[in-house]
Design a protein around this ligand. Sequence first.
Ligand code: H2U
Ligand code: ZN
Length: 369
Amino acid sequence: MFNDTLPAILLQSPPMNYDLPHRRFNPLTGEWVLVSPHRAKRPWLGQVEKTASDDTPPYDPTCYLCPGNTRVGGSIVNPAYSGTYVFDNDFPALLTPEAMAQAEGHATAAVGSAELFQSEPVSGTSRVVCFSPRHDLSLPQLSGPEVEAVLRTWGEQTRELGALPDVRYVQVFENKGASMGASNPHPHSQLWATSNVPHTVAIERDNQRQYLAGHERPLLIDYVEQERRLQERLVCTNDHFTILVPFWAVWPFEMMVIAHRPVSYLFDLTAAEFTALADVMRRALSKYDNLFEIPFPYSFGWHQAPFDDAAHPEWVLHGHWYPPLLRSATVRKFLVGYEMLAQPQRDLTAETAAARLRDLPDVHFSQRG
Ligand code: H2U
Ligand code: ZN
């Protein structure tokens, strides 16, 4: 049952006409988004994206992620893996503390005052997680147990990397589709574990802490309960997780997955929660692909609590999908101009985007009879 007491701030918010330009607040980041619903019909003469080819083979002899193939660089051969497959990134963005200590001949740039030219070393580990030996299947095309295996692998990797003495945060993320910078269609994700808590995560932590201190309830627990009651922005839900288009979404079909209890890490989920999470994700990601009947590109990532030696009663495990496509498989949104200089802006409302996703079948178009 949901808590019937709305936080004071929401009780006080006046009814709004969402057909007129307005701005919406993101309580996780403290940022605002400008919403201009009347603009959704403007003509488009700009860039047209290429669609992914639909003749991707189950195995590609030239793919550096397929089982049995040689990785870039030529010295490592992938094993004949049958489930998920994890390896250290051959081109890591971060050096381990040991490699940092061993590095010789370091150059020092000329700097000014300590206040205006701040810097600090960052060490860490980068890994790649392949979802499946199949080169051609994205997450929603895998079976429930296969998606669960991916979730459990992300959880185990988070636990392992988070236990390293110099790690303060583990970011799990997936770039899907060439337009989001994915280097290869083979379904895969990355983990970067760093010696610092990255900026966005630190801001989300501080805002969740502040909300808990003021309301004695975690921010995202209050938020997800109210969204489940309002029902306007829901995409898929079950007993343990909700996927919705957040009220403050910036990207046209942006979604969040939110746990129904304040759990900090994927590895803290129960068996029933892993199964439930695989279920909502398969359904929501099938809707994504069904929207334009293409593998829907996005950047996705988990926000788990930092490993910063503090307890995290404020934290609610959640993930963000940031997909660029707007009106078709070939027309994307760019965050440029006013959005780079002033604030993000969207035309399509979050409610319209959620209704479109909600109304789509939750069975992947490739698997329909
Ligand atoms: P992206 O598609 O999100 O770029 O992820 C692929 C990662 O795989 C990328 O970080 C790594 C790249 O460094 N990689 C290897 O570690 N070994 C390879 O043989 C090729 C790619
Ligand atoms: Zn492959």
